[in-house]
Design a binder for this molecule. Structure first.
Ligand SMILES: [Fe+2]
Ligand SMILES: [Fe+2]
Length: 184
């Protein structure tokens, strides 16, 4: 089975729409920022392959794959869809380290993200179906200054978590500190 059919068989049709849109945005950003477009397309395609798994399945597979299940993932197993998807895809297809990491870390971010990792992280939030207030500004910024766009996208998600008094994953804080420190 090829990667496209495999991903399609694992997700809902709504999710597939989102995935196609992330692929498109990731390829546009890759072309703008001189990143391999095939790798961006592949990472966009795979990123949410495990997104429609149940919490129980995510926890079970994370265990099987020896993924460290921290207290945050224990509370919100959906956080595991990046790591689980990356490892599942790696077992079936051979991925570059960069594509693997882009999928693995697309839910939390992490420090010192590569161009591809930033592109996938950002494309996921600004693809054409996203309609939250301010998304147009983020879309413009992503083609002007990738690091600034990453800061804005992270800021957005941090603000949202804070407004709900929800916990912030330590990797997201790492991502934030890493990108704002490099910008100074
Ligand atoms: Fe995701
Ligand atoms: Fe996504």
């Amino acid at each position: 089975m090829n990667v496209i059919d495999w991903v399609k068989s694992m997700v809902t049709s709504e999710r597939w729409k989102h995935i196609e849109s992330v692929r498109k945005m990731a390829v546009s950003l890759a072309s703008k920022w001189d990143v391999d477009q095939k790798q961006a397309d592949l990472a966009g395609l795979i990123h949410d392959v495990a997104r429609d798994f149940s919490n129980d399945d995510l926890l079970k597979m994370a265990n099987e794959f020896d993924i460290v299940i921290d207290e945050f993932s224990r509370q919100s197993p959906i956080l595991l869809h990046g790591p689980v998807g990356a490892i599942l895809a790696q077992k079936k297809f051979s991925l570059t380290r960069d594509v693997f990491n882009s999928v693995y870390y697309h839910t939390t971010g992490w420090k010192n993200m590569s161009f591809l990792e930033k592109i996938v992280y950002i494309a996921d939030k600004i693809e054409d179906n996203r309609t939250f207030p301010g998304v147009e500004v983020l879309r413009e910024e992503a083609f002007l200054d990738l690091d600034r766009a990453l800061i804005l996208v992270l800021e957005n998600s941090l603000r949202y978590q804070l407004s709900k008094h929800a916990p912030i994953h330590p990797l997201t804080i790492e991502a934030w500190n890493s990108v704002v420190t490099h910008m100074q």
